[in-house]
Design a protein around this ligand. Structure first.
Ligand code: 1PR
Length: 550
């Protein structure tokens, strides 16, 4: 197999990138010191997390001159995500930290006054001057996850010989990819962008992208001024969720509860077995799921942490599923079977190394939020959320919320954030609030969803997975009131979850709330609808979705 060199400097989930490279027929050789850069013919710089973290790691290990020399020698170079950002002069994220300055300019943050930040999800990468640049297609969608971007100014980079592909988020047009000579850099993650992303990796590795660009370099006056058409912009994300646990026979199965009760209603009360996790994840990927989430709903704590069954599931899934994978359940400081203390960060690291892109934290986030308020809204820096987001970036940390409705007769009957509900309680109560729970809904705490989500946003969580115990498994549609309350409280993206029973429920949640994504479980597992049917339905209602490319 032909080789490509990958720079190893602790950049999060590189397993997916390795899998994607192998999928297109290349073998990865790691570069583990600046001297080894000289051995590389084709070099890839992956990157997640903070600009400053990435650049300071590269600088302190002595990589920067070696990277510049590689690029100056005209050898093929590809930067991904922060690997693209590193090519610029600087970033407002860490102004004191200089970039490689190969592309002049300073990155800035998306404006979060009117939209969720980070920008997470599937968006375009369209290059009007070179429409097939490195296999890009204007009709395809690519997976982005970032808060900082280079704002696109018509003709600016083209006048310096760069071909530029752009995307637009909430009215801000930014650089999605740049290419010049043998350099290609993408703000999106091609290894997480399904078949459309694999095409880009292939065009880089086989040289066809650089060759086509050499035949038609952008002209100095090219600006690529195109108006946004209806199918452009961030898509509505549809996520498939797999609750995984061991059944009574000891097999790891996908299960699904009704209001979190995963046992059959029959006398045996056995755990519902809906299929095998790896196979089902692949099926949903091929149906067009934009992400796959695994929730380990039991803790499997009778084995050493390094042997956690979910690690193997992630490794196997990431070989065939090229969209983002989230893993939740049991991410907290803990003690291994031999008595060794293991931090939440160490557990998250194992998951990232096994192919996860995000970790989802449930119970531990509630306890951390309680301490945050008990300390007068103090950030101690020692919570799982803070530590994992510091090391891997906010986008890598999802907080999974398991709220339950509590009805009250009057708006001020409780200190909690209430709302007037359209579905009054059993005694006709017109108001309700949502209490957070821990341990899979078994224990209710004196903390409401607004308090929880605002606290974890302050700690550095990048996204909220908003379940609803009352709605879970009911097929009656999402809890629009809950979603609206949380969306109004925070700036980070929200994934609506619990209650989806048909494609119309997805349309309803996207039309009636500002949710960023919607998740379904039971309706997919029971085979009532496929993800593709949901996408087709949404597209028929003129909502922008990503269609699976085979
Ligand atoms: O507390 O950090 O160990 O995380 C435990 C994780 O496991 C949490 O994310 C929690 O939501 C989840 N969990 C725990 N117990 C259950 C259970 O069902 N007994 N599952 C559980 C939560 C809820 C959803 C579900 C949607 C959509 N699953 O993710 O997939 O409600 O379902 P639907 O479309 O069929 O209505 P920690």
């Amino acid at each position: 197999m032909p080789k490509v060199h990958l720079l190893d400097y602790v950049a999060g989930n590189v397993r997916s990138l390795v899998n994607a490279i192998e999928k297109v027929g290349y073998e990865v050789e790691w570069v583990r010191s600046p001297e080894e850069v000289a051995n590389a013919e084709k070099l890839i710089l992956p990157g997640v997390g903070h600009f400053g973290h990435c650049l300071s790691q590269l600088a302190s290990a002595g990589y920067l001159p070696a990277l510049r020399a590689h690029v100056d020698a005209g050898k093929p170079f590809m930067g991904i995500c922060v690997g693209l950002q590193a090519l610029f002069s600087s970033s407002a994220e860490d102004p004191q930290c200089p970039g490689l300055d190969i592309v002049p300019g300073t990155l800035n943050r998306f404006d979060d006054s009117t939209k969720a930040v980070p920008h997470i999800g599937w968006n375009n990468a369209s290059c009007p001057t070179n429409p097939t640049l490195y296999g890009l297609k204007s009709s395809s969608k690519y997976y982005y996850v970032h808060s900082y971007k280079y704002p696109y100014k018509q003709g600016e980079l083209e006048n310096q010989g760069w071909a530029v592909a752009t995307a637009t988020y909430g009215g801000e047009k930014f650089v999605g990819a740049v290419a010049k000579g043998n350099i290609l850099a993408t703000q999106f993650h091609p290894e997480k962008s399904g078949v459309a992303g694999l095409r880009v990796i292939r065009a880089f590795l086989d040289g066809s992208g650089a060759k086509a660009l050499a035949a038609k370099p952008p002209q100095a006056t090219d600006g690529g001024a195109v108006e946004l058409v209806a199918s452009e912009g961030l898509t509505r994300r549809v996520i498939a969720c797999l609750d995984v646990r061991t059944n009574d026979q000891g097999d790891l199965v996908v299960t699904k509860g009704d209001q979190y009760d995963v046992r059959e209603k029959s006398d045996e009360r056995s755990v519902r077995n809906l299929g095998k996790p790896v196979d089902m994840a692949k099926k949903y990927y091929e149906q067009g799921a934009d992400e796959v989430t695994f929730l380990n709903i039991t803790s499997f704590r009778d084995c050493p942490i390094a042997d956690l069954p979910m690690l193997e599931i992630l490794k196997r899934t990431s070989e065939t599923v090229f969209v983002p994978l989230t893993i939740g359940g049991g991410i907290r400081d803990t003690v291994d079977v031999d008595g060794t203390k293991v931090s939440a960060l160490e557990i998250a690291t194992m998951y990232f190394k096994s192919g996860a892109d995000k970790v989802s934290i449930g119970s531990d986030a509630v306890l951390a939020a309680e301490e945050y308020y008990a300390g007068g809204k103090t950030l101690f820096g020692n919570t799982a959320i803070e530590q994992i987001s510091k090391a891997y970036g906010n986008q890598a940390v999802v907080v999974s919320v398991d709220p339950k409705r509590v009805y009250v007769p009057k708006q001020d009957a409780t200190r909690h954030a209430t709302l007037k509900t359209k579905t009054p309680g059993p005694k006709g109560e017109e108001y309700c609030w949502y209490a957070c729970t821990i341990k899979g809904g078994r224990e209710t705490r004196d903390l409401d969803v607004v308090e929880l989500t605002q606290a974890v946003e302050a700690m550095g969580a990048g996204e909220i997975l908003l379940n609803c115990i009352d709605k879970d498994g009911t097929n009656s549609g999402f809890d629009l009131e809950l979603i609206t309350q949380v969306k109004e409280a925070i700036r980070i993206p929200v994934i609506a979850s619990s209650g989806a029973g048909n494609p119309g429920h997805f349309e309803e949640v996207f039309e009636k709330t500002t949710t960023d994504a919607a998740l379904g479980a039971g309706m997919f597992h029971r085979g009532e609808y496929t993800v593709q049917q949901v996408k087709d339905y949404l597209a028929g209602k003129s909502l922008v979705v990503r269609q699976f490319e085979g």
